[in-house]
Design a protein around this ligand. Sequence first.
Ligand code: HSE
Length: 442
Amino acid sequence: MSKNFNIAILGCGTVGSGVAKILLDLDHDLHLRAQKKIVLKKIVDLFPSKSAQQYQLPLNLFCGGGKDLTKEEASAFTKEILEDKEIDLVVETIGGTSDYLFNVMISALKNGKHLVTANKAMLAERGEEIFNTAIENNVSLGYEASVCGAIPIIKAIRESFTGDKVLEISGIMNGTSNYILSKMKEDGLSFDEALSMAQKAGYAEADPTLDISGGDAAHKLTILLRLAFGAQVKYDHLYKEGINSLTKDDLDLANEMNCTLKLICFAKQTNQKIYAAVRPMMVKNENILSKVNGATNCVEILNQYSGKHHFVGKGAGSLETASSIVGDIIFAARYDKQITNIPEEVSFELADADSVVLPYNITFVTEDYPGITGLVTTAIGRQQINIDTVSHNRHTPEKSKAVFSIATMPCSLSQIKKAIADIKASAPGIMKEEPKIIPILN
Ligand code: HSE
């Protein structure tokens, strides 16, 4: 067996401490798997005694001997690690997208160290230079933990699907949103009630904005777009819509149409263009994604030759996410300097959302008098949109409103927009709210 493979962990919170625990617990197995002894040399964390507590990590692994550090002290220890020729790999589990952290990651790579990170926000928002620096320095950049925690989706696409071509990705990649929608459906809760349950259960952050706005899922989809399609989509350019405007009525209507509302990361190739969005979709109840409940994640990959694959598992959690990081450590230790980073050169354009052909569900809230449904369906037909199903009409006499959904066969959003404009022009004032348009996932 060859020389030891030395690791330093920067940031020992929920995930970092899990990494340290697994490295210590599985020491013997990891040695065999990597054909090298994996040695956890150093941990930098501001509050070692607190961080060490959950898994009883030895305090002597922490820089500073276990005493709390100031930010300046932590930076100085980090700098030492980045310059230490004995350290082969740095695990970054600090999180965030600060310039300081960005520079730490770049320095680690430039100093010839492999880097493993769970930092989806950094890779999605500022990843280009990080990926390129890893390529230029011929070191491994492991980021399995950044997309859906414990699920080995990065390796599947990067290693296992190299003999195929990814055509479509659809996935539930935010456990918090999925937990909230599941509770709304199963227990008839409102969005606010379900969010509060998610917070009590420890899924949602105190500030859950990134989860419920689709931002967290969009970070993950941005990373997968690069890997699956070679598409360097800017995070800011990705369409994102969260679940915060969904109501119990929306879930009921979806149910009537034999669908379940889910926050979906969706991407597909259409004529050399890529359509990508994070948004609520009405998932047909025959689709496996409709049955994935609670905080579980599920990614469906449709390949040209091998067809559909489903990856289901834990998208978050200390040891769950840490297991992905340790997997990346073993990969880097095994291949070390023999790794070859091949840059993918792909030119692509993002497809215009209005022209993408999908089945849609349109929910109308209109005045309630005879002939309205006919008027609406006729206008839809005039745009050459084939209707699949019309829901039953919910009459709310006290407000004289009618609420109903129309599920279409595949059509473009621009056809639907024209139909809505047509209805507004031919019967001004009949629509009491802007129609809600949600794509359907078969
Ligand atoms: N907050 C995320 C989720 C996990 O709810 O799935 C980390 O990305």
